[in-house]
Design a protein around this ligand. Structure first.
Ligand code: NDP
Length: 328
């Protein structure tokens, strides 16, 4: 039988954690034949709630779940970790300045990056979900100099999935007919969902729709503001769809993209498409055998260029701010 894969989840007692853990334990993260051991990291006051979630996981009697450890110590949580989902983060509260937010998250992601550096398995793969996800990933990565930089990624898969869903609704196509969509830049309101290379049942999506005003005034803002629309409707932030996107991100990273398709991931830039090297920005990527590659050679038109640049500019400003705070 296979050795279990160690999966560490931070913020395990939160909303996203609650929606995520059952799906990891039931085999949706890594595959239906891969046993997993869960490590739940929480802040001390939330350990009891994490224990409650673990009791529910026990009660599911998942055949693939080989153990659950709960801790408030990152050095324990990341010991031997093969996959780390960094979900817990400091949310922005009323009246909080951006610098305060970045500093509070530095206090979380820097020690976690250090613990990953010192204790994780050699094949560790990290996905940062907690916001500001791209910059939190940069902080963790900077604290883990012995781990290859490309193992630190940030989630833009929810934006990617939201964009596919909006395109399907607009055209009446099936979600499974939509391919090669790209989210560029930051997981924030400046993100740019690009349909100029996307295909709907084999036809170019932008040509099929043929309406740049719809793109600029409906599609892009709807995708970017979907999180706020869900809070408004549900009275709580999206958790099931965020957890689902985290599952998709890791599953695709580990198991590969389909031939002829790609996905979107926040990854350290190698300078492609004019994105400064080192920024953790969303790109179109293909994955194979647990590694990813940026899709090269796409033509970036006049509609897309300033939108990508604006989101990348925001990432550069966030990086400069955490650098000034001594967090990277
Ligand atoms: P959620 O589980 O709802 O969200 C967790 C993080 O994911 C937030 O930063 C949130 O950002 C982010 N996120 C990313 N995408 C989305 C999305 N589409 N919708 C909603 N959130 C998204 O938060 P909870 O407050 O329920 O839970 C957080 C948990 O983390 C708590 O249990 C807390 O104790 C724990 N925590 C653990 C830490 C640790 O392990 N060391 C450190 C800090 C917190 P946004 O704020 O923008 O919604």
């Amino acid at each position: 039988t296979r050795t279990p894969v160690n999966v560490t989840v931070t913020g395990a007692a939160g909303q996203i954690g609650y929606a995520l853990l059952c799906r990891i334990a039931s085999g949706h993260l890594l595959g239906p034949d891969v046993p997993v051991k869960l490590r739940l990291l929480e802040i001390t006051p939330a350990l009891g709630a994490a224990q409650g979630t673990a009791m529910e996981l026990d009660d599911c009697a998942f055949p693939l779940l080989r153990g659950i450890d709960i801790t408030d110590d990152p050095n324990v949580a990341f010991d031997g970790a093969n996959v780390a989902l960094l979900v817990g983060a400091r949310p922005r509260t009323k009246g909080m300045e951006r610098g305060d937010l970045l500093e509070a998250n530095g206090g979380i992601f820097k020690p976690q990056g250090r613990a990953i550096n010192d204790h994780a398995a050699d094949d560790i793969k990290v996905l940062v979900v907690g916001n500001p996800a791209n910059t939190n990933a940069l902080i963790a990565q900077a604290a883990a100099p012995d781990v290859p930089a490309e193992r630190f990624t940030a989630m833009t898969r929810l934006d990617h999935n939201r964009a596919i869903s909006q395109l399907a609704a607009k055209t009446g196509a099936a979600v499974s007919d939509i391919k090669r969509l790209t989210i560029w830049g930051n997981h924030s309101a400046t993100q740019y969902p690009d349909i100029f290379h996307a295909e709907i049942a084999g036809k170019n999506a932008a040509e099929l729709i043929g309406d740049e005003a719809w793109l600029a005034d409906a599609f892009i803002p709807t995708v970017a503001k979907r999180g706020a629309a869900i809070i408004e409707a549900r009275g709580a932030s999206s958790a099931a769809s965020a957890a689902n996107a985290a599952i998709d991100h890791v599953h695709t990273w580990v198991n590969g993209t389909a031939d002829g398709d790609w996905t979107s991931m926040g990854i350290p830039s190698d300078g492609s498409y004019g994105v400064p090297e080192g920024l953790i920005s969303s790109f179109p990527v293909t994955t194979k055998d647990g590694a990813y590659e940026i899709v090269q050679g796409l033509d970036i038109n006049e509609f897309s260029r300033p939108r990508i640049d604006a989101s990348v500019q925001e990432l550069a400003e966030e990086r400069d701010a955490v650098r000034a705070l001594g967090l990277i």
